[in-house]
Design a protein around this ligand. Sequence first.
Ligand SMILES: CCCCCCc1ccc(Oc2ccc(Oc3cccc(O)n3)cc2)c(O)c1
Length: 257
Amino acid sequence: MNFSLEGRTYVIMGVANKRSIAWGIARSLHEAGARLIFTYATERFEKPVKDLVSTLDGQDALFYECDVTSDEGVQATFDQIKQDVGTIHGLAHCIAFAQKEDLQGEFKDTSRDGYLLAHNISAFSLVAVSRAAQPLMTEGGGIVTLTYLGGERVVQNYNVMGVAKASLDASMRYLANDLGKHAIRVNAISAGPIRTLSAKGIGDFNSVLKQIEEKAPLRRTVSQEEVGDTAYYLLSDLSRGVTGEIIHVDSGYNILG
Ligand SMILES: CCCCCCc1ccc(Oc2ccc(Oc3cccc(O)n3)cc2)c(O)c1
């Protein structure tokens, strides 16, 4: 069996810059021979993403805007992708957002709007893009999303994003149940903390990194590349028997009490 991604096309949603975990996923899939399609939330990201992708030798990528807070916007993007390439073999959902004030202080102070916004962008968007992508995945395939330990147990300051990640994790399992009959697998990677643009929104992030380096079984933090390689595994035939699963790429930190 061949585990190359030659001849396969994957949609990667959420590259912001070279530090993005989504960019680590893009590099791993490119190295495996995949053709890549990139979506970004607003045209602000079009040039940075195109400039990054131009560094991938031999990549014939496509680029689309996709506002995941709009059902029509998601459908329009996937209609365009269907028109341009026909079939896709998978998707990496690397999209989340919560208001900065809801990522510090006490969770009990979360506003109704802040709670709904975090769930809309960080959890429901997986349902929306999976529903829109399914008809294009005529040969089956894989969907991967990014989650975090704070959705499984309390991590100070992660607050409403933790509650949204718990919803994302359960949504991933229910999507795995629905889409399995179409030979589409749905899994999540629970990444350890990585210094990305998104991480800047989180209170006291530096002390979390220090805690990992001191306590995690591997005594170090993980990289975008290590997460990218696990996404390659989950989107390739190596993981053909795996769906509805969360793989922790976190130096083992999640096993500690
Ligand atoms: C206290 C937890 C420390 C480890 C957090 C690891 C982590 C880092 C980044 C993560 O992704 C996001 C994505 C958006 C997000 O919301 C943001 C980001 C920047 C500004 C802002 O206003 N909101 C917060 C975290 C994420 O889900 C998890």
